[in-house]
Design a protein around this ligand. Structure first.
Ligand SMILES: [Zn+2]
Length: 423
């Protein structure tokens, strides 16, 4: 009997040992781009360009700045291209040029003259590959081609370019210098909407602009009471209209170190039971929307731009792509604080969290500093509307926002102290 126990024990140890070995390579595995292939469609009317990947990547983006050029950006922080083989070129494809970027990789796909394609990009349903379907087209029918879009020079964004102080990055320096060389001193609290622009309408007569102002003032009050060396700047303290551009200006002129934009969501659906059921908080930082629901929230929050005709144009996907490439530092800081805020909502305030997301919010774009936009909850949901309209609910969500700002400041100042004591 004892023999059997020791046998089972040995077997157990061997299993543990092997599972450990097996787990090791997985833990350190990177996403690998093995090769890119281009195959002609069987009907001869186009091509399928396949990016052979070992893992599904976060997202991708394709631009067509001219008839003979497609620019593809693949987002993934650890994308290994060591074993990458470019496809064979021929009389259609002139060149495939690979660029390694901090946030992924990019390709310029150059076409020979006389070959014009409309494209659509999608994930392979059966695997992890990214597919770029190219359909033959007349040059005047290229739907994604835009006249005012010049090709992106990926060389400006490669790792080498970012370590040099190239001319293109000079205008970016003062802000970075300021942030690297100082403590976290100024937080800008932005109460969404206001005045004649009420924002989302909710049930029981709750307006987004009132909820956002009440919560914003509470957040500021908590900071002033508890973190005396952090200056609070508001974009509004009353029920008044402030344009998205002016909100950004206020933040920039006051040298904000962090921009926190406070909003409330609403959901509209033909099925009223469904409409009322959607609830929960979302925290956003600036970037390209990765989902349809993020895109819808973005459109609603940006819609005020339409009233301000002539003042600014809506952000294009190219604007956001460039922004993501140029502001890698701000982006990662914004993501970090977004995650802290989401944690506070989920774990401390016990609110339903719909996660951290990205979208192209104009107001975050205007403020040139790390920033987040929080959707406190859905005022189209009766329970959440009542909660967010109550003194009690406002105090809970405001203290969740306050704590995430406090935790961020502690982390920020600690790294500042490390930097200065090392000098
Ligand atoms: Zn809003």
């Amino acid at each position: 009997m004892q023999h059997l126990y020791s046998y089972v024990f040995k077997l157990f140890c061997i299993l543990i040992l092997f599972s450990g070995f097996l787990a090791l390579p997985q833990a350190s595995a990177q996403t690998e781009l093995q090769r890119v292939s281009a195959v002609e469609r069987s009907d001869g009317l186009g091509y399928v360009v396949r990016f052979h990947l070992s893992e599904t990547i976060d997202s991708s983006k394709v631009l067509q700045p001219s008839t003979d050029l497609l620019q593809v950006k693949l987002y993934s922080e650890n994308l290994d291209t060591v074993n990458f083989n470019p496809p064979v070129t021929g009389n259609v494809f002139k060149d495939f040029i690979l660029y390694e970027l901090p946030s992924g990789i990019a390709f310029d796909i150059k076409l020979h003259e006389g070959h014009y394609f409309n494209f659509s990009a999608y994930n392979d349903q059966n695997g992890r590959d990214l597919l770029l379907a190219l359909a033959q087209s007349a040059p005047e029918d290229l739907t994604a081609l835009s006249d005012d879009q010049s090709p992106i020079d990926w060389n400006l964004f490669t790792h080498d370019a970012q370590t040099e102080t190239s001319e293109e990055f000079l205008f970016d320096e003062p802000a970075d210098e300021r942030r690297n060389g100082s403590r976290f001193e100024v937080v800008v609290i932005d109460a969404g909407h206001g005045g004649w622009e009420p924002g989302a309408g909710g049930v029981n007569g709750v307006h987004e602009k009132d909820v956002t102002l009440a919560v914003a003032l509470k957040v500021g009050e908590y900071i002033e009471q508890n973190i005396p060396d952090l200056k609070v700047v508001y974009t509004r303290t009353e029920d008044e209209y402030v344009s998205l551009v002016d909100r950004g200006k206020i933040a920039n002129e006051n040298n904000g170190d962090l921009f926190v934009s406070i909003h409330a969501n609403s959901f509209s659906h033909a099925n009223k039971a469904r409409q009322r059921s959607v609830h929960g908080a979302e925290v956003y930082f600036l970037g390209m929307a990765r989902s349809q629901s993020a895109l819808e929230v973005m459109k609603r929050e940006n819609s005020v731009v339409q009233y301000e005709t002539g003042e600014i144009e809506e952000l294009t996907e190219e604007d956001l792509l460039i922004y993501e490439l140029m502001n890698a530092g701000n982006m990662s800081t914004s993501q970090r604080i977004a995650e802290k805020m989401e944690y506070q909502f989920r774990e401390r305030a016990q609110r339903r969290s719909r996660g951290v997301k990205q979208a192209g919010f104009q107001v975050l774009y205007e403020a040139s500093m790390p920033g987040v936009l929080i959707e406190l909850g859905f005022i189209s949901n009766p329970a959440e509307a009542n909660y967010l309209n109550s003194e009690y609910g406002q105090a809970i969500v405001a203290s969740a926002i306050f704590r995430s700002i406090r935790d961020f400041k502690i982390e920020y100042d600690r790294s500042y102290n490390r930097q200065t004591s090392a000098r």
